[in-house]
Design a protein around this ligand. Structure first.
Ligand code: ATP
Ligand code: MG
Length: 411
C-alpha cells in the first residue's frame, strides 16, 4: 500500500512550523486581551447558507472555493472559508444582539478549494478581530490599529504597508456601480469571460479580478472617490484622522476592494512585498449590512482577518523554547528515586525529561542531544544523602543540591 500523504493543500504543523504558528496566535491573543477583545470559538463547519447567503453568490469563495457537502443526514454543510459569517451567526444564535458592543478575537483553521502555492493552502489558518456594534469611524481605526499592533509585536510591521480605501455608503456605491457598468460595457470585448458574466450581477467584483486582461482595463476604470456622498467622504476622513491619532501610517489605494460582498465604507489590506504574489497578510473592512442580511437586527460592524501561514513566513526566527532539564540516574538501582525527582520537578513547574532506558552514559548523551542546560544526576551516594548533583551541561560545573530545593534552584 502506498504511504498515506496529507491532502493536497494541507500541511502538518510540527517543530519549527508549529513554533512559528503558535507564536503568531499567542501574540495576537495577548494583544487582543490587552485591548478588551474576548476570544470566541465557533464551529469549523456551519450550514452552507451561513456562507452562501452572506459572502455573495458571485464571490470567488462561494462560486469556486467552498468545501460543501451533504452530511449523512442530507444537510448541506460547509467547512468555514472565513470567520466573520460564523461569528455573526453566533451573535444572533446566542441572543447577543442587544449586548453591544462586542469586541471579539478568534483564531483557527479555514478551508478553501484553491490552487495550492506559496502562501495559499486549502486548509489555512486565520486570526481575526471583530468590533460589532459601533458605527463610528473611530471603531474602524481601532480595529486597524490593533492589527498594526499585532504586526508590530511580531516584528513584521516594517515590511508591511497599510493600504486604505472606502467603498462608500449605499448611495455612493450605487452611483459608482452604474459608472463601472457603463465603463466595462464600452470595453466588453476586452473583458475576461468571467468578468463579462459578472458585469451586471456584481461589477465591483471585476476590480478584484486576477485576470491580466481585466487588470489592464482597471487602470482607467472610474474610482469610488468621484462618487462619494458628503457623509461617506466625511466618514472616510474620520477613519484617516483617527488612524493618525493612533499613529498608524497608511496610504490611500483606491483599487482596494474586498473579495467578499458584505463590505461598505472602509476596506483595507496590510500588504508586503516579501512574499511574492501572495502579498496580503491582513485584510478587512466595515460590514454594516451583514448581520441584518443574516436575519438579525441592523448592527454595524468592522473587522479583519490575517493569514497565520503568511505571517509565520514573515517572522524572522521562530521564538526559542527553553529545553527541559534532564534527570539522569547513575545506575539501575537509582531509577526509582530519579522518577520521583522527575515527578517533583514537573509538579514544581519545571519542564523535565528522563530517558526511558539506557545506562548513565547514554542518558547523559541524550540530555546533551535535547539541549538541556542542566542535568539532575542521582546515584547511590546522592540517594543516601537526600541530594542530587545539579550539573551545568555547558560548563561542566556540578553542585550537590537537596532534592527539595531543586525546583526553586532551577527556576
Ligand atoms: P487573496 O486575494 O490572497 O486570495 P482573500 O481576499 O481571498 O486573499 P481574505 O478572505 O480577505 O483573503 O482573507 C484574509 C487573509 O487570509 C488573507 O489576506 C491571507 O493572508 C489569508 N488567506 C486567504 N486565503 C488563504 C489561503 N488559501 N491560504 C493561506 N492564506 C490565505
Ligand atoms: Mg482568495
Amino acid at each position: 500500500m502506498a504511504a498515506l500523504q496529507p491532502v493536497r493543500g494541507t500541511h502538518d504543523l510540527i517543530g519549527e512550523a508549529w513554533a512559528r504558528h503558535d507564536h503568531v496566535v499567542a501574540t495576537a491573543r495577548a494583544i487582543a486581551a490587552r485591548y478588551g477583545f474576548a476570544p470566541w470559538a465557533t464551529p469549523i463547519f456551519e450550514d452552507t447558507s451561513v456562507f452562501s447567503r452572506t459572502l455573495g453568490e458571485t464571490s470567488d469563495v462561494v462560486t469556486k472555493e467552498m468545501y460543501s457537502f451533504p452530511d449523512r443526514g442530507g444537510e448541506s454543510i460547509t467547512l468555514r472559508p472565513e470567520g466573520t459569517a460564523g461569528i455573526c451567526r453566533a451573535l444572533i444564535s446566542n441572543g447577543l444582539t442587544q449586548s453591544l458592543p462586542q469586541k471579539i478575537f478568534y483564531s483557527g483553521p479555514m478551508f478553501r478549494y484553491e490552487r495550492p502555492q506559496k502562501g495559499r493552502q486549502r486548509q489555512f489558518h486565520q486570526i481575526g478581530l471583530e468590533l460589532i456594534g459601533p458605527a463610528e469611524p473611530l471603531a474602524d481605526a481601532e480595529a486597524i490599529a490593533r492589527g498594526w499592533d499585532i504586526l508590530g509585536e511580531l516584528g513584521v510591521a516594517n515590511s508591511c504597508v497599510l493600504e486604505l480605501n472606502t467603498l462608500g455608503d449605499q448611495a455612493s456605491r450605487d452611483a459608482w456601480r452604474a459608472a463601472l457598468v457603463a465603463y466595462f460595457t464600452a470595453r466588453i470585448d476586452e473583458l475576461s469571460d468571467e468578468s463579462r458574466a459578472r458585469l451586471h450581477r456584481n461589477p465591483l467584483r471585476i476590480l478584484d479580478s486576477k485576470s491580466p486582461a481585466d487588470r489592464a482595463l482597471l487602470a482607467d476604470a472610474p474610482l469610488i472617490g468621484g462618487f462619494l456622498t458628503p457623509q461617506a467622504a466625511s466618514f472616510y476622513d474620520g477613519v484617516r484622522d483617527h488612524l493618525a491619532h493612533f499613529g498608524v501610517p497608511f496610504r490611500d489605494n483606491p483599487h482596494i476592494v474586498r473579495g467578499l460582498d458584505y463590505y461598505s465604507h472602509t476596506a483595507f489590506e496590510f500588504v508586503t512585498t516579501a512574499l511574492g504574489a501572495q502579498g496580503t497578510v491582513l485584510a478587512g473592512g466595515r460590514y454594516d449590512g451583514l448581520i441584518a442580511q443574516m436575519g438579525g437586527p441592523h448592527i454595524p460592524a468592522v473587522g479583519w482577518a490575517a493569514g497565520i501561514e503568511r505571517l509565520a513566513m514573515l517572522l524572522d526566527a521562530p521564538p526559542e523554547r527553553a529545553a527541559p532539564v534532564s534527570v539522569v540516574p547513575m545506575d539501575e538501582a537509582s531509577e526509582a528515586a530519579a522518577v520521583r525527582v522527575l515527578q517533583s520537578l514537573r509538579c514544581g513547574g519545571i519542564a523535565a525529561e528522563m530517558s526511558y532506558r539506557g545506562n548513565f552514559r547514554r542518558r547523559l548523551e541524550r540530555a546533551n542531544k535535547i539541549a538541556s542546560a542542566f542535568a539532575v544526576i542521582i546515584g547511590p551516594d546522592e540517594r543516601s544523602a537526600g541530594v542530587a548533583q545539579l550539573k551545568n551541561l555547558a560548563t561542566g560545573e556540578q553542585i550537590a543540591v537537596p532534592i527539595g530545593e531543586l525546583p526553586a534552584r532551577l527556576r
